[in-house]
Design a protein around this ligand. Sequence first.
Ligand SMILES: [Zn+2]
Ligand SMILES: [Zn+2]
Length: 226
Amino acid sequence: MTHHTKYKCKKCDSIFVSYDQIFYLNPKTNEINIENKVLSAIEESESSPLVGNIIETYCGNCNEKITIFEINPFESRYGACTSINILNDSIKKHYRFIQEKHKKALELKDMLTDSIIIEVYDFILENDKYFKELIGELIDSNGNNKNMMSKLNMIINHMESFIDTYVNSITIISIIYGGYFYTMDGDKFKRDHCPKCKNRITYIVEDETCPICGGELKVEDRIHLD
Ligand SMILES: [Zn+2]
Ligand SMILES: [Zn+2]
């Protein structure tokens, strides 16, 4: 159903991965969910008022990742302007949330001794909703210190990879077939251009050009998820 695709540039050997992910907002809280495009996530997104695709690319000129949240207007309940505003708000909140939890998790890791094991346990439980795929069966009622540490490390790794992929990228909101990109600061500019340097960006797909050197991209590997 869905896959992660690894591309390699024939000229400079750079590697790019496209993750084929979707986002959708929780209809009650407007919290954003970011998921691999698997059947369960697609089903889940059907009751959401705001859904779309995530496109990851790169500006070779700025040397920065670019993440585009592309709203699907045909499956979203709001008009363009409202969709963009709500999504902007939800992304900012989510980025802040992950950064705060990351900070808290690092503090707990430093303090991890027997005496605060309850606190770590609470932290993991309280975040179960967000990191359920990582925690799952790992929670056992008499979890020892070592177990706690490995759980905490998994959560930290997960958050760091999120921060690296999303928070530290140039985040853009766009609409399928729309002519514009919108930055998180509310600026509007021509589609397919980097908001920082205004250069044209290329996408990570077969036979496109490498965003770093302009060479040809070829599929190196494909990982199927379901
Ligand atoms: Zn290249
Ligand atoms: Zn740029």
